[in-house]
Design a protein around this ligand. Structure first.
Ligand SMILES: [Zn+2]
Ligand SMILES: [Zn+2]
Length: 774
């Protein structure tokens, strides 16, 4: 018996080879019908014997192409005539209806696929060693789109007319390159060139071979990638890595390294199954992995300069054809591949821009003439508790939306100040931008504008609401407040963190939220950062916070953790602490310390903070780990790294004190125990562990108290402090043991990179209830 069904498929199913895939699936089963793109995705009509149609439907999602992401399948029975309907005697790919709005989800940029890789290294293939080989399953997307619809003329491939051979592939539904917009070859496509440090083209037979000689000679080569330039050096050559550090003015912040394959990765990092999977995933993020413990006396593979003071290494596999060619040609074990910028500026994308902005940084430029239209940094993830968590969600993930539970109005959320991302919502989709960076510098600020303008265009979203952080001095906030013709909604920083976690986990109602980070503007004008909230999307109550201490010198206290150590000690013990016989006090510069104490006593430039990040700083400084930092959160990261694995289970005590309408988390007993340990020369590893354990125990106790008071059993964890793997894993485990339902962030960062998502959903909820202050 014949049946006819209509199947509506939503999700990322356009521009990813979905129609040819369905074509093959149908014709292979001798089924008749049609497929066409629609505003939501694709619509399939399929007719044939009932069993065969059923088999088709079952395989449809299961065997979809790698880049496709199906969010829903709706199946309707259609009347089935003996005469094939609409004259379908076979299966056809038909054009979209005239005038129909075709809104499609755009695919991110993804790594070269196995098929293309095989062809590229096959001397008999017509694309042998062609650095821009791609197909429907792989290659650039997001970073080459100027406008929609996603067709070649709206991409930076517009200037490369296809040769007859490429065009034939492009037009053949049975070909892997059917409608592959960046399709190209040696005949018709982009080319690589090598430039000298002043941007002059170097005449040579093979630019890749020449670039490799430069790397072997210990020089710095700027390499144009998918989302921007990298600065590359041989990671096994200490002099080369040191040269790059000096030129990039990057003192100690770890560099990421690209390795040719998993075997090379296993030589320098500890790889488990989860790590292998994410390293090889088509998004190819940088993965933070523990450095491999080497047998004593065996020489390290990598230069120690790559990631000093860090037990973890950021590592990734090649993802463009050019990367593979470079690594294979040079036989490198690992290349440092760091963003082509000065520290914290946006990554360079244009050839001429790269030559001017990277002047003095790179000795050579390996460029090409396929323009990158939108910069997109590498993504960074970490595997904790068996789950991959985003630390920086960018290339490979953007612009795949975060799929929400409920429909949202069109909101633009402009994020925070550091690690900025923006977020646009529409329907059940929240589109987070790529990593924009720290808005304090001019280049990032103009990238911020670019990202908003470009995303609004390619996603066709005109925001009705703009959500911003309450901090009056954030550049993003100031920008938002200048906009007109839209509703403007301010959202408290830590409320946004918790809402971001709720949205990602599809939660409704109210939750207990622990938002721990470095800095966020509080509703009382103080600097918050160690907050327990009872929150829903529409509002929150502050249920507890770390006790306030002065932040002596404001931003200077963030750069110099020793100031926070003095602040906490003076707060708890007064000037008496100066008599303590511990290394920190003995080494303290008495003049500077006295100045700092007077500053705090007189309340000059000493705003109050409940920051968890600053607590980490103080403990790190007291433990002798670091008195000043070179990059954000360095002291906290190194405090975490100071732990060695042991079964040490003691914890510094933390006390909960009833305060003004909410609990205050007192750190006094913590510091008493810590000073005691310091006086007894307890090793740093144990101090770090006791400190972490103390925080975990304190927050489990707090959750229990709040559960009694509110009857809430769901706990959301967010804020940059949860990038700390030990704290996240242990707190999640202990809360679960205590019977809580625990929700953390994985799809978006728990740090400020995920803030914009929370702002968007909070603003939408506030507008729905009209509880926005006029
Ligand atoms: Zn491919
Ligand atoms: Zn061609």
């Amino acid at each position: 018996m014949e049946v006819r069904r209509q199947i509506e498929v939503s999700g990322i199913v356009q521009g990813v080879g979905f129609r040819p895939y369905v074509y093959r699936l149908a014709t292979g089963r001798r089924l008749r019908g049609t497929i066409r793109n629609t505003s939501a995705g694709v619509t399939i009509e399929i007719q044939g014997p009932a069993e065969t149609v059923q088999d088709f439907v079952e395989r449809l999602a299961a065997e979809a192409p790698p880049l496709a992401r199906i969010t829903s399948l709706a199946i309707h029975e259609l009347p089935c005539d003996d005469v094939p309907c609409n004259g379908d005697l076979d299966f056809r790919i038909v054009h979209s209806h005239e005038g129909e709005e075709v809104r499609t989800l755009i695919s991110p940029d993804v790594a070269i696929c196995q098929d293309c890789l095989r062809e590229m290294f096959d001397p008999n293939d017509r694309r042998y060693r062609y650095p821009f080989i791609n197909c429907t399953n792989c290659g650039p997307r997001f970073t080459i789109i100027r406008d929609i619809p996603y067709d070649r003329p709206s991409t930076s491939m517009a200037m490369f007319p296809m040769c007859p051979a490429c065009l034939a592939e492009y037009e053949n539904p049975l070909d892997r390159r059917f409608h592959a917009q960046p399709n190209a070859c040696w005949e018709c496509g982009p080319r690589v060139e090598l430039w000298d440090k002043s941007g002059r083209r170097i005449e040579c037979r093979d630019p890749i071979v020449e670039a490799v000689s430069g790397l072997h000679a210990g020089l710095v080569v700027a390499v144009k990638g998918l989302g921007g330039f990298h600065l590359a050096v041989d990671a096994t050559n200490s002099a080369a890595v040191a040269l790059l550090r000096a030129r990039k003015r990057r003192v100690e912040k770890p560099f990421a390294v690209m390795v040719p394959d998993l075997r090379a990765a296993a030589e320098i990092c500890e790889l488990d199954d989860a790590a292998q999977t994410v390293l090889q995933s088509m998004q190819r993020p940088i993965v933070l992995l523990p450095k491999a413990l080497l047998p004593k006396k065996s020489p390290p593979v990598l230069s120690d300069e790559v990631a000093p003071f860090n037990r973890y290494l950021g590592i990734f596999l090649p993802y463009t054809p050019l990367h593979y060619l470079l690594l294979a040609e040079g036989g490198f074990k690992a290349l440092v591949m760091t963003s082509g910028n000065l520290s914290e500026e946006p990554i360079a994308i244009d050839n001429r821009e790269a030559v001017s902005r990277l002047h003095g940084l790179a000795d050579f430029f390996l460029v090409h003439n396929r323009d990158i239209l939108l910069r997109c940094d590498d993504s960074v993830v970490r595997v904790a508790g068996g789950i991959t968590r985003q630390l920086r969600r960018s290339r490979g993930f953007v612009p795949v939306p975060v799929f929400l539970k409920d429909d949202q109005p069109s909101v633009l959320a402009v994020g925070g100040e550091l690690k900025n991302t923006i977020c646009l919502t529409k329907g059940k989709h929240a589109f987070l931008s790529q990593h924009v960076g720290d808005l304090e510098n001019v280049e990032s600020y103009s990238f911020f504008h670019e990202a908003i303008e470009h995303l609004e265009r390619i996603l066709e979203i005109r925001p009705e609401i703009i959500a911003y952080d309450l901090h009056p001095d954030y550049f993003s906030t100031r920008w938002a407040l200048q906009q007109s013709g839209v509703e403007l909604v301010g959202v408290q920083h830590h409320h946004a963190h918790i809402a971001s976690c709720m949205a990602e986990n599809h939660l409704e109602g109210r939750v207990i939220g622990f938002a721990l980070d470095g800095t966020g503007y509080g509703t009382d004008g103080n600097i918050w950062g160690g907050e327990a909230l009872v929150a829903g999307y529409e509002d929150f109550e502050r249920a507890a916070h770390f006790e306030y201490v002065p932040l002596p010198g404001g931003a200077a206290a963030i750069r110099e953790p020793w100031r926070m150590a003095v602040s906490f000690l003076a707060h708890h013990f007064g000037r008496e602490f100066l008599k303590l016989d511990i290394p920190f006090v003995r080494q303290l510069n008495q003049v500077k310390a006295d100045l700092l104490l007077r500053m705090m006593e007189q309340g000059v430039n000493s705003p109050l903070t409940s920051s968890c990040g600053r607590l980490f700083d103080a403990v790190a400084a007291l433990a002798g780990i670091r008195q000043e930092v070179n990059y954000e959160a360095q002291a906290a990261i190194e405090l975490e790294m100071a732990m060695t694995s042991s079964d040490e289970d003691t914890a510094y005590p933390i006390k909960l004190v009833p305060g003004n309408g909410c609990w205050v988390i007192s750190t006094r007993p913590l510091f008493e125990a810590l000073l005691d340990d310091l006086g007894r020369n307890v090793p740093v590893a144990a101090i770090s562990r006791r400190f972490h354990n103390g925080l975990v125990a304190g927050f489990v106790e707090l959750a229990t108290l709040l559960r009694k008071k509110t009857d809430l059993n769901r706990v959301c964890l967010s804020g940059g402090t949860f990038h700390n793997a030990y704290l996240s894993e242990r707190l999640e485990a202990r809360l679960s043991e205590a019977g809580f339902e625990v929700f953390a962030q994985k799809e978006v960062p728990s740090g400020d990179g995920g803030l914009s998502l929370g702002q968007a959903v909070v603003a939408a909820a506030m507008m729905r209830l009209r509880i926005v202050p006029a």
